[in-house]
Design a protein around this ligand. Sequence first.
Ligand code: NAP
Length: 305
Amino acid sequence: MIYDVIIIGSGPAGLTAAIYTTRANLKTLLIAGGKWGGQLMLTTTVDNYPGFPEGIQGPDLMMAMRKQAERFGTEFVDEDFEEGDFGKEPFKIKAGEKTFEGKSVIIATGADTKWLDVPGEKEKIGKGVSSCAPCDAFFFKNKKTIVVGGGDSAMEEAIVLANFADSVTVVHRREELRASAIMQKIAMESPKIKFLFNTEVTKILGDEKVTGIELKHNKTGEVSKMDLDGVFVAIGHTPNTGRFRGIELDEKGYIKVHDHTRTNIDGVFVAGDVHDSHYRQAVTAAGFGCMAALESETWLRKTTD
Ligand code: NAP
């Protein structure tokens, strides 16, 4: 069996693409991965996805999208994508032990947040540890927070957080920020934002939720503790592109977009955080998924006429 479309990835981009391709009557297979659902499966309340006035839990939102895609006939493979042969059509996509064939492919494998990998971090994601101020800042009204990182993302997180939190301390491992001058200026002019340089977070403290951190000054070696409620990690993302041989990447390792959602290979489209290092929102990923689906439909119509 040759599918019209094989979608790789089951976050908002992949699932939205599947809703559109199946409603367009295209035979669609979605490689969802062993842990399906993407980054929203790691969050708690999502308050900025339109249509949910009271907010919705991240995993509930993903389950609703999955059910919607299933309702129109998307077939799911809950195995990890292994490799793709994009040399000639039909494209061959291996997931788990099986290889599937598709006339077109939509890559929507997302990007993973880089975490600090320090004790106490992983188990408190969603309980005081976050990587998305636009999603979670609201929950830190009048609280004490830090942002880890020195790039534009860290500045942006700090600026957003400062609208809610009582205090925001940017903790950066070097003496100089990497962020653009304009972002540095805005952050530094905020009375709520302070900076700690040459400092690393070595431990996140608390049982049920974050209550503090342990810090190390990397010039003096001095170890200290800080009581606080929130740790925002903004040290970059890693796009999930490692297994795509033949697909052109940009200088940052994200999939290079040639025109709207087209990649360098005809019939292979891309959607979501795997190509978009800028917006990285569920709603923008879903929008890109819709665009990729519409473009694959047009492409299939042209090539099979
Ligand atoms: P980034 O520019 O790579 O910065 C990552 C920061 O995290 C750096 O300061 C780095 O320190 C620090 N870091 C990395 N690993 C660390 C670790 N293990 N422990 C502690 N600190 C660590 O990433 P980004 O800020 O996410 O930005 C990515 C891209 O998106 C950039 O091109 C950026 O300009 C763009 N962006 C733009 C905007 C905007 O214009 N509004 C907003 C967000 C992002 P070092 O400096 O020591 O390497």
